[in-house]
Write a protein that binds this ligand. Structure first.
Ligand code: NAD
Length: 244
């Protein structure tokens, strides 16, 4: 394992346009459960699977259930960036990393100091009224009970992309552009099972593709290097190697 991390350190040092593509596994070491790990949200007892609750039709039909799940499981109060978020922000500051492309909605990359973050599935830190489009800050849902309502009477919803909804065209275009121009792409903490996000990695034309994931993925065989470990621990070691 350490040899593989040393190899990734070498690849990072020789690269000039790195792109990171990540998912829920990046935030598990911050205490936020992912979907598909054994302790992830798919393996917890719920009346409906997370994919159903987080769909547009469910949100419209059963907003009370949606916001119950939201308060209970989606928001982890006090979650802080871990070594992975911080190391990626550091690589950007060094001028090595061009963008973080994330499926996460927790805002932890920005909290760690990353500037170029493309949030494919939106963010829980912003909310808006479905009727009058008035924008609300991050705490509006947690500060009330039941279904949050705007002054106009409309339902306030988080600015995330629900299942059955399309991704932002601007975020998709920028993501494709960054991936197509990258010389090293690091994929981490994602099962690569959610489309169209996972399909974006097919735009990579660079030399080196690296995967850091606790469990195998469908693209392991296409990667130059696979590191089967916890991404926060791997990043902490990479950072230490830089300082040696
Ligand atoms: P996923 O749950 O499908 O897969 C997570 C992957 O990360 C798994 O393969 C798991 O083995 C791996 N993993 C878990 N912890 C890890 C760690 N510490 N280091 C390395 N690998 C680790 O997640 P996904 O692929 O992102 O797709 C799920 C969807 O759910 C996404 O669309 C995302 O928006 C959403 N989601 C987001 C959050 C969040 O914002 N933090 C949390 C849960 C789900």
């Amino acid at each position: 394992m350490d040899e593989r991390i040393s190899e990734l350190h070498r690849l990072i040092e020789e690269s000039e346009r790195i792109v990171f593509f990540g998912g829920a596994g990046v935030s598990t070491e911050s205490g936020i459960p992912d979907f598909r790990s054994v302790d992830g949200l798919y393996n917890q007892k719920y009346k409906y699977p997370p994919e159903t609750i987080l769909s547009r039709s469910f949100f419209e039909a059963m907003p009370e259930e949606f916001f119950r799940f939201y308060r209970d499981k989606l928001v982890v109060t006090g979650a802080k960036p871990n070594a992975a978020h911080k190391y990626l922000a550091h690589l950007e500051e060094r001028g090595k990393l061009a963008a973080v492309i994330t499926q996460n909605i927790d805002g932890l990359h920005e909290a760690a100091g990353s500037k170029k973050v493309l949030e494919l599935h939106g963010t829980l830190l912003e909310n808006y009224c479905v009727r009058c489009k008035r924008r609300y800050g991050p705490n509006v849902v947690m500060e009330c009970e039941g279904v949050p309502r705007c002054q106009c009477g409309g339902v306030i919803r988080p600015d995330i992309v629900l299942y059955e909804e399309g991704l932002s065209g601007r975020v998709l275009r920028e993501s494709v552009d960054h991936i197509a121009r990258a010389d090293l792409m690091i994929i981490g903490g994602t099962s690569l099972a959610v489309y169209p996000a996972a399909g974006l990695i097919n735009y990579f034309r660079g030399r080196n593709l690296v995967l850091i994931n606790k469990s195998p993925t469908a693209v392991d065989s296409e990667a130059q290097l696979v590191i089967p470990g916890k991404i926060g621990e791997v990043c902490a070691k990479l950072w230490a190697m830089e300082q040696d």
